[in-house]
Design a protein around this ligand. Structure first.
Ligand SMILES: Nc1ncnc2c1ncn2[C@@H]1O[C@H](COP(=O)(O)OP(=O)(O)O)[C@@H](O)[C@H]1O
Ligand SMILES: [Mg+2]
Length: 303
């Protein structure tokens, strides 16, 4: 007899597998350029990496690329704890006891699945993995095949496509990329925070159900943009933060009919406090407050 929670999990799995992936993206400026580069790299048989700070749309762009080319999408986020088996798969010990090291006992990992189904595979934060794990990718990239002990050599489907994604090397906690792997990545695509028009279009796309006046959006963008040029900030606010502030502001306007600078500042504070990282020795609250005050005062003076 299935428990209630088991039934719910099964139903959720069914829902997820029936949902066709619909990726919404603003494809202009740097995103269009990066998309075209991905296409050209694949056609030319070259392996690309996308380099950029967190939250600039690296994963989204790859997901969109997979959708547009009608392929399944697989991704892993690597770190110091990632093991080769997390990528390739492993044998289920219970089944091995019963049947031995047969294909039935093998549970494929995302890299194996992407190779055999001809999917798009993204290795997020590739430079955070140990060199040992980075080297797992050498054979799939070079030979488009991989040897799995007890099973044999598997050959990648011809539409298997590998994309690496990385934060710029100066961010903390990042290993270097191994020389051998660097050598097999030939196209380096950089993404950064988008220009104002593109970012506001992204925000509008994510807030389609809401009405947000232009002047409010401008203020939100100005606050977020300031975190990206501030010398005391190590990790600035990403597009997610802009979208979150806009959504909260929209909810406030829906409830109250309007929003003033004081309320907008309060909302921005609630989002920024958790989404930025300041340099050691700097008080985050003070930096956030001064940015919000400066921006809103300056806007008031103009407006
Ligand atoms: N061009 C874009 N169009 C629409 N949404 C975007 C775009 N770029 C980024 N976003 C949004 O920003 C957020 C972060 O994107 P993500 O791909 O997860 O970033 P990254 O992988 O670089 O950390 C997501 O919510 C995503 O939908
Ligand atoms: Mg990502």
């Amino acid at each position: 007899m299935e428990s209630d929670i088991a039934k719910r999990i099964l139903a959720a799995v069914k829902r997820a597998s029936h949902e066709r992936e619909q990726v919404q993206i603003v494809l202009k400026g740097q995103y269009l350029e990066a998309y075209e580069l991905l296409k050209d790299a694949e056609t030319a048989g070259l392996t690309p990496a996308i380099i950029g700070p967190p939250g600039v749309g690296k994963t989204l762009l790859c997901r969109y690329y997979a959708m547009m080319t009608g392929r399944p999408f697989f991704w892993v986020t690597l770190d110091e704890g990632t093991k080769p088996s997390h990528l390739i798969g492993s044998f289920n010990p219970a089944v091995v006891l019963e049947k031995g090291f047969t294909i039935d006992a093998f549970e494929p990992g995302p890299l194996t699945l992407a190779m055999v189904t001809g999917g798009v595979f993204v290795a997020n934060e590739l430079n955070r993995a140990s060199e040992y794990v980075q080297n797992v990718f050498l054979e799939p990239l070079e030979e488009r095949s991989y040897y799995i002990p007890h099973i044999g050599r598997i050959k990648a489907d011809s539409s298997f496509f590998f994309i690496a994604s990385m934060n710029p090397a100066e961010l903390a906690g990042v290993h270097r990329i191994s020389e051998a792997l660097r050598d097999r990545i030939q196209v380096w695509i950089t993404l950064t925070y988008p220009d104002k028009d593109t970012e506001l279009e992204i925000v509008r796309l994510h807030c389609r159900e809401h009405y947000i006046p232009d002047d409010v959006l401008e203020k939100i963008y100005a606050i977020v943009a300031r975190t990206r040029s501030h010398s005391a900030i190590e990790k600035p606010a990403s597009i997610r933060a802009t979208v979150s502030i806009a959504k909260l502001a929209a909810e406030h306007m829906k409830r109250e009919g309007s929003i003033d600078d004081e309320e907008l500042g309060r909302i921005a504070r609630h989002v920024l406090i958790g989404s930025i990282k300041t340099r050691p020795g700097v008080k985050k609250e003070e930096v956030v407050n001064s940015i919000i005050e400066d921006v809103l005062k300056a806007k008031e003076a103009i407006g």
